[in-house]
Design a protein around this ligand. Structure first.
Ligand code: CAA
Length: 262
């Protein structure tokens, strides 16, 4: 069944899917409908073996995503807020659990829920103009889509507390220095840089990549010995793939490997 997308642009080509949040007039703020549309795209990507890497970005020059839609918060009840938090949780988990790498191309503001969604992605490339913050405190709120947990895991408690307590934004260079983004590029080069990384990831062995993603995401949340058991078991699983034999043969024959995800 074809997807009906109003707030998201969804493209697939050459093994790469691009999801663009397309509400530039609201700085790509996420309402329920938009979250649902991104989830639909992720479901499609999970089923499509041709897609090997994903880019998530925002339309327009100003914002990746300015967070949850504040306009929908007026008069919000506790149950409404709980539902909103559940939706963001579901979106971030869908990105983390997707067995393909997801790159956030942060073209401008990534605030509140926007930063939280970007942090659920595997890699983050930022435009020099990007600004990132957990700004919820400024409207009397707390991060509700994982910011109190994923931010300290990425940048440490010190900066995370400063950002969550003050609501101040940091610029792209600071985000890079503190390990929040992988790379900073001029705005006009952002999508090319994201595509270049996506292409590189799309050329890697898909089973090895998805197991690496699982091991890093889950392993860091458990004790070291359990995580190392998972790694050893996964190492055994990778050894059963045709792609490993292809990689080894290609190395010995001094040629580029062609991986099939088998
Ligand atoms: N929700 C809904 N609309 C938003 C929005 C948001 N999060 N952020 C911006 N907009 C809208 C504005 O209301 C404005 O719409 P109108 O033209 O209809 O008035 C339009 O986008 C442009 O925004 P501004 O005029 O404010 O643009 P600016 O350049 O002056 O300021 C900004 C940019 C600093 C990002 C400012 O828009 C801002 O502070 N936005 C709110 C950011 C924020 O607090 N995000 C957290 C939301 S709560 C959350 O996400 C909770 C959670 O953890 C899930």
């Amino acid at each position: 069944m074809p997807m009906e997308l109003k707030n998201v642009i969804y493209e697939k080509s050459e093994g790469i899917a691009i999801i663009t949040i397309n509400r530039p007039d609201a700085l790509n703020a996420l309402n329920a409908e938009t979250i649902d549309e991104i989830l639909q795209c992720l479901e499609d990507i999970a089923k499509d073996d041709n897609v090997r890497a994903v880019i998530l970005t925002g339309a327009g020059p100003k914002a990746f995503c300015a967070g949850a839609d504040i306009k929908a918060m007026k008069g919000m009840t506790a149950l409404d807020a709980r539902k909103l938090s559940q939706m963001g949780y579901k979106l971030c988990k869908a990105i983390e659990n997707l067995e393909k790498p997801v790159i956030a191309a942060i073209n401008g503001y990534a605030l509140g829920g926007g930063l939280e969604v970007a942090m659920a992605c595997d890699l983050r490339i930022a435009s020099e103009k990007a600004r990132m913050g957990q700004t919820e405190i400024n409207i009397g709120l707390i991060p509700g889509w994982g910011g109190t947990q994923r931010l300290p895991r990425l940048v440490g408690k010190t900066l995370a507390k400063e950002m969550v307590f003050t609501g101040k934004m940091i610029d792209a260079q600071t985000a890079y220095q503190r390990g929040l983004v992988n790379k900073v590029v001029p705005p006009e080069q952002l999508m090319d840089a994201a595509k270049e990384i996506a292409k590189e990831l799309a050329s890697k062995a898909p089973v090895a990549l998805k197991l690496s993603k699982m091991l890093i995401n889950h392993g860091l949340e458990t004790d070291l010995d359990t995580a190392l058991v998972l790694e050893r078991e996964a190492f055994g699983v990778v050894a059963s793939t045709e792609d490993l034999q292809e990689g080894v043969s290609a190395f010995l024959e001094k040629r580029k490997p062609v991986f099939k995800g088998k």
